[in-house]
Design a protein around this ligand. Sequence first.
Ligand SMILES: Nc1ncnc2c1ncn2[C@@H]1O[C@H](COP(=O)(O)OP(=O)(O)OP(=O)(O)O)[C@@H](O)[C@H]1O
Ligand SMILES: [Mg+2]
Length: 269
Amino acid sequence: MNKPLVHAVNVGKSFGKNEVLKGIDLDVHPGEVVVLLGPSGSGKTTFLRCINQLETIDAGRIWVDDDLMGYRDKEGQLYRLKDSEIAAQRREIGMVFQRFNLFPHMTALENVMEAPVQVKGVSKAEAKSQAVDLLERVGLGEKTGHYPSQLSGGQQQRVAIARALAMKPKLMLFDEPTSALDPELVGEVLSVMKELAREGMTMVVVTHEMGFARDVADRVVFMDAGVVVETGPPLEVINNPQHERTKSFLARMRSEHEAVAALVADEAV
Ligand SMILES: Nc1ncnc2c1ncn2[C@@H]1O[C@H](COP(=O)(O)OP(=O)(O)OP(=O)(O)O)[C@@H](O)[C@H]1O
Ligand SMILES: [Mg+2]
């Protein structure tokens, strides 16, 4: 097997007395799509934020493409890197959040051009042609001149994905990218992500979308209370969970899903 792109070993993180991550191990190989599942508060967002150093870690180590994230290891002792060095590491990682956080005063095109121009010093002409390509790729070729307020939530989220891709990341992290969307807009965002996966992007995705996990993930990781409880191919974990905690989480997800489906069906009548 090839070398992992993300190699996380025994990652620990506390907020005050609250131990949120209790020794997380996770490898993600190039081109692999890993879906992180787990109840609210289990540490999924925190773990993603540790991978790209939006959070410091208290224990363990995380490498992305052989780069030790956030620290220099000197004979077993960790020293925090300078902010500029951490910023350089973070540039290699794209992150898409539940809330899209587009710049409201910039068009879709300008949002996608911004980081390559400001951070990487790419020429405006080059950034623009790249941004047009990316917006086309996410199905928004017609909307390049629209401001965020003129776009639906699903369209805004697709701009956010294009914006992350504009930095040519090696790794994409998604934190519940569809959970703030109206149900009818979820599919268009998932299909962009599915296409990205098909093209070979390495992705770690926190989502409750079981259909996406089943169809697109190479592996599902179930976290609870700061530990990885269970990991495996999606069909195995989803259809035949081995641990009680995974079983009860999936059963709860299923009944919530059915309740929402019933509501949507009611509204359609
Ligand atoms: N900046 C912070 N300061 C203090 N506590 C925090 C901070 N961020 C997260 N926590 C705590 O860490 C725990 C894990 O939070 P986290 O957001 O990682 O969970 P999650 O699995 O992403 O949950 P959800 O499914 O609700 O998004 C929670 O108890 C949360 O209150
Ligand atoms: Mg979260």
